[in-house]
Design a protein around this ligand. Structure first.
Ligand code: GLU
Length: 307
């Protein structure tokens, strides 16, 4: 009776994903993440998913999505179909947000980005979040719940924030995540303050949708750039609140330009399209994307000579 055994067997296969945002052409940094995930899936006999993170209609474009598929196929990668496109699943993120709101952990804030920046800048010792932005410098208690309700109902622009202190109190115990090669890392989400989970004009955020999707897609392993490592604390808090499983994480070093800054289109970093146009072969692009990487945590163990 293999039919009963099949789902259990397939659910044991590790699931990896590459999750680009279609807001520009891919560069070598994206290729590094894509290759590491695809290779880890292959080595583990697992599945490799591609997810299009296109929740921001102002920055994401369907033609970039097509070019992502094209660049990845040119590199020799293959992924499972259908591809999950986040813009088609807003109801899933809305449902998660509603649950957090029902738990009393979300509140609308009405300060503009300029007001927040000014309040942070006015106090030079004001704490910065791990990304270097001022932690939200106002408090939920600054305004009554009734006033917040009234202003939201009146149609004012708002950001829905997670009340981080209340969330951590509700969880009531320390959280950790498993970082491959480093072990169990303690979560310090309070460094982030009351992060934005949605806005009036944007029904979800990166943090919320990534956590919901990793769970819905059964992702067991997340390999991504080290620029997202600190945000894993937020993701663990959301997973815990929503009762979602935590994947194993691995944050890889970024590829830096000659000035030591991370690659970016705005700084003229070459895209894969540029390299293709210059006649660079796919094997060479793959080599450059992985160049200088420390050995993978697992490979390090295996690299010793056998006695
Ligand atoms: N969409 C994110 C990016 O392009 C990656 C998200 C993730 O891997 O968690 O940077």
């Amino acid at each position: 009776m293999s039919s009963a055994a099949m789902p259990a067997a397939s659910s044991l296969r590790p699931v990896f994903r590459f999750a680009p945002s279609p807001n520009g052409r891919l560069h070598l940094g994206h290729v590094r993440s894509a290759l590491l995930n695809a290779e880890a899936a292959r080595a583990a006999g697992g599945r490799f998913l591609l997810r299009i993170e296109d929740i921001d209609p102002a920055r994401c474009r369907p033609d970039y999505e097509v070019m992502i598929f094209d660049d990845l196929a040119w590199l020799g990668l293959d992924w499972e179909r259908p591809v999950r496109r986040q813009s088609e699943h807003m109801a899933d993120y809305g449902e998660a947000l509603a649950r957090l709101e029902a738990m009393g952990l979300v509140y609308p804030s009405f300060e503009t980005r300029a007001e927040i920046a000014r309040a942070g800048a006015d106090r030079p010792d004001h704490p910065k979040d791990p990304d270097g932005a001022p932690v939200f410098p106002f408090a939920r208690a600054d305004m009554s719940a009734a006033e917040r309700y009234r202003r939201r109902a009146a149609g004012e622009p708002f950001a829905l924030r997670l009340d981080m202190a209340a969330a951590l109190a509700q969880i009531g115990r320390p959280l950790f995540w498993q970082e491959e090669g480093e072990g169990r890392l303690a979560v310090d989400a309070s460094l982030w303050g009351d992060v934005v989970l949605a806005r009036k004009e944007a029904p979800t955020s990166y943090h919320l949708s990534v956590v919901v999707d990793d769970a819905l897609q059964g992702v067991t392993h997340v390999i991504r750039g080290t620029d997202l490592k600190a945000a894993t604390a937020i993701h663990r808090v959301l997973q815990q609140l929503l009762g979602l499983p935590a994947p194993v994480y691995r944050h890889h070093p970024l590829i830096l330009d000659a000035d030591g800054r991370k690659l970016a289109k705005s700084r003229g970093s070459p895209t894969i399209a540029d390299l293709r146009a210059a006649g660079v072969a796919p094997e060479e692009v793959r080599r450059r994307a992985l160049e200088g990487l420390p050995l993978a945590p697992n490979a390090r163990r295996e690299s010793g000579t056998t006695p």
